[in-house]
Design a binder for this molecule. Structure first.
Ligand code: ADP
Ligand code: 5GP
Length: 187
């Protein structure tokens, strides 16, 4: 069986609004040897999001150039925007012996499963669909169109949870964090 402790590449997936960003932030605060990959995206920054910290915010043309240059470990279209993991940083950090965390959506996770089968893949699930909708609405960052888009995608993503090495249900936040830490550990 694949063990998260022995895997250097950890991947977290789950529907938009489930709490991935919240959990990952807390995980990083408490586990200093984990490096979070910064993705590139064509979506507009949300209030408070900074370029090169939360994402590399790119024009679509530049993003497409990087696809053609094989610059991404994986990439996918999500709710009308492109998202991708720059390959060079992941390789560099793995070579330095760091534990690398990717927080990406389902299509990208499937690509990584093919190209890096040693990666440990965790799916974060909501306690139920109503709670997911409530969280994404109460976050207050999305237009109605984006919410609908994300919820419709979430239905498909939830069906794929059994493809993953582990499923963590984010009901109570601190319990979900402990479950994640138990899976990933620190080194
Ligand atoms: P994601 O990164 O998966 O899109 P976020 O981390 O942005 O999701 O969380 C979506 C919203 O749900 C945020 O407002 C966050 O504060 C809230 N949230 C996260 N985890 C929980 C939880 N366990 N219980 C209640 N609310 C949560
Ligand atoms: P958001 O717009 O809410 O920041 O992200 C939307 C979705 O894109 C989330 O499910 C997030 O995990 C995913 N995502 C973020 N970065 C990447 C990436 O580099 N690749 C892929 N495939 N998905 C990503």
């Amino acid at each position: 069986m694949k063990m998260a402790f022995s895997s250097k590449l950890i991947l977290i997936t789950g529907p938009s609004g489930v709490g991935k960003g919240t959990l990952v932030k807390k995980l990083l605060e408490r586990n200093k040897n984990i490096w979070l990959s910064i993705s590139a995206t064509t979506r507009m920054p949300r209030e408070g999001e900074e370029d090169s910290k939360h994402y590399y915010f790119l024009e679509r043309k530049r993003f497409e150039e990087l696809i053609n240059e094989n610059g991404f470990l994986e990439w996918a279209e999500f709710a009308g925007n492109l998202y991708g993991t720059p390959g060079f940083q992941v390789k560099q950090k793995l070579d330095l012996g760091k534990k690398v965390l990717l927080e990406i959506e389902l299509e990208g996770a499937r690509q990584v499963r093919k190209s890096c089968p040693e990666a440990f893949q965790i799916f974060i699930a909501p306690p139920n669909f109503e709670e997911l909708e409530k969280r994404i609405r109460e976050r207050g960052t999305e237009t109605e169109e984006s919410i609908r888009n994300r919820l419709s995608r979430a239905k498909k993503e939830l069906q794929a949870k059994n493809e993953f090495d582990a499923v963590v249900i984010n009901d109570d936040l601190s319990q979900a964090l402990l479950a994640l830490e138990e899976l990933i550990g620190d080194i």
